[in-house]
Design a protein around this ligand. Structure first.
Ligand code: HEM
Length: 207
């Protein structure tokens, strides 16, 4: 039962991630369709939005597959290569996200929300990479779960966008709140999950 639930959860997470990633690749086109009027007004749109959306979409596309334990066990080299692509995507998109956070049309609250997410995203992903490079794989897995919770903010943000107008707020009012709500709960949920499944203690400490 628990296994079925976690497979269904992974399936939903992968479906949403792949959907948003594939849709977001449209920003690589010379004249991308369906760009919201407020996004088009971002002061730093050229070239940062293209760089950010291209790299972040790639991280979102490969990320879900990194959590399949069978794939990791059977093809460790593939896991490593996809991991490198994921990390390069997050770090590159994170750096490109900073000028975008500064340039947003939604004002200082949204700048602060996106910039904070950006800095934490870069730091957590870099920590996960460092742990993999030093062979601390159990800790690496936990930091990668945190990293993907933030990458998944791209999905949660888009799921929440329709709600503020339904509740009588303007797009920009809602967008300011969502620049925080899109990621803080994600991080809290994975933190609760990680607390419920603590790291196994090293053999010496158990004795
Ligand atoms: C998790 C850290 C992320 C941060 C801090 C971040 C930050 C930003 C910022 C500041 C903007 C400009 C918004 C504006 O002008 O108001 C933006 C837009 C965008 N981002 Fe991200 N982003 C992140 C993750 C992602 C991911 C994982 C994707 C992958 C799909 C993505 C895809 C996009 C796209 C497509 C846009 C254009 C806006 C739209 O049409 O919805 N971002 N991002």
């Amino acid at each position: 039962m628990t296994r079925k639930l976690s497979t269904a959860g992974w399936g939903l997470m992968a479906f949403l991630s792949l959907g948003i990633a594939l849709l977001s690749y449209r920003y690589l086109l010379p004249h991308p369709p369906q760009v919201g009027p407020d996004i088009a007004k971002n002061l730093m749109r050229h070239p940062w939005l293209t760089v950010h959306a291209g790299l972040a979409s790639t991280a979102l596309l490969v990320g879900p597959f990194q959590f399949i334990s069978g794939l990791r066990a059977r093809w460790p080299k593939l896991h490593r290569w996809m991991g490198r692509i994921y990390v390069a995507g997050c770090l590159g998109a994170g750096v490109a996200g900073l000028p975008l956070a500064y340039g947003t049309d939604a004002g200082p609250i949204a700048t602060a929300g996106f910039a904070t997410l950006d800095i934490i995203w870069i730091a957590i992903t870099a920590q996960a990479l460092r742990l993999a490079m030093t062979g601390r794989y159990l800790e690496h897995r936990r930091w990668m779960i945190r990293s993907f919770a933030l990458t998944f903010a791209a999905v949660t943000l888009r799921l929440y966008l329709p709600f503020p107008p339904m509740m009588g707020y303007t797009f920009l009012e809602g967008y300011r709140a969502i620049s925080w709500i899109a990621w803080v709960p994600n991080l809290m949920i994975v933190e609760l999950y990680l607390r419920r499944s603590p790291m196994p203690k090293p053999v010496a400490a158990r004795a």
